[in-house]
Ligand binder design. Sequence first.
Ligand SMILES: NC(=O)c1ccc[n+]([C@@H]2O[C@H](COP(=O)([O-])OP(=O)(O)OC[C@H]3O[C@@H](n4cnc5c(N)ncnc54)[C@H](OP(=O)(O)O)[C@@H]3O)[C@@H](O)[C@H]2O)c1
Length: 271
Amino acid sequence: MTRTFAVIGDPIEHSLSPSIHNAAFKALNLDCTYIAYRIPRGELKEGIESLRQIKISGFNVTIPYKIEMMQYLDESSPECKMIGATNTVSNENGRFIGYNTDMDGFLEPIKKRNIGISGEDVLVLGSGGAARAIVAGFAKEKAKKITVANRTIQKAQELSKFASDLGAESDHVALSGIDVSKYKFIINATSVGLKNEPSPIPTDMINSSHVVYDIIYMPMNTDLITQSKKNSATIIYGYEMLLGQATLAFQIWHKTPAPYDTMKKVLLGGF
Ligand SMILES: NC(=O)c1ccc[n+]([C@@H]2O[C@H](COP(=O)([O-])OP(=O)(O)OC[C@H]3O[C@@H](n4cnc5c(N)ncnc54)[C@H](OP(=O)(O)O)[C@@H]3O)[C@@H](O)[C@H]2O)c1
């Protein structure tokens, strides 16, 4: 019987996940399908019930449901509990088990480049759901200090407290007037750049000692990335995190390594 997978969210029509996963099914000859399923805001409970009824094999969760979905899980992984959000659910004999592959999906491209995190200073721009998974990742990898900057300062303060609660040294600063020279890693986890806006921070002090990682994947070359590249920083693209979380979700569901190159090709072709 064909196994069905989905990504839920609202809006969902622009999600690249169906293309990525369906290409992987084809490459590995798996009798599976993956659909985008819009659950209108305020209707998550009913939406989840319908997924149970059709015996969905697994699904990804995106904006705005990553936190709310936690209450509909029968069980959750340690990462999921730590971050307080889920992006991947597996249906195991009728039980919905929650995972969070955003954190390790984010870390994967850093590890792939053999860039050490332990003992390094990190600047995270943004304090939304994605920033939370990123902060948890840097805390897990024993960054020296995690500085959080955000437009709404109170949220930066809360995220910094979250980092401290995970055992990391952390502080928070305003988004304006940041001195980037102090940090090895500069991460953009705000949505600034999605509409080709100028970088959320000045880029003139960015240099070859920096690792600049913009998690926005469309456009691929945000202003922050373009300017940092000109200044010879090490660049990590948002699509790499997207692929990282997708391949880890694939492995949870299918218990086999994901065809990374196939998934990357279809993703880059989608831009
Ligand atoms: N590559 C990937 O796999 C991946 C995964 C997840 C998310 N993302 C991307 O990451 C971004 C953030 O996602 P999210 O889920 O964390 O969203 P979110 O929870 O809505 O958080 C958005 C963040 O952006 C900030 N922001 C929004 N507009 C701003 C502006 N004009 N100036 C300064 N800051 C602004 C918000 O600051 P305030 O707190 O002040 O509102 C908040 O910190 C999105 O662009 C998303 O596409 C990528």
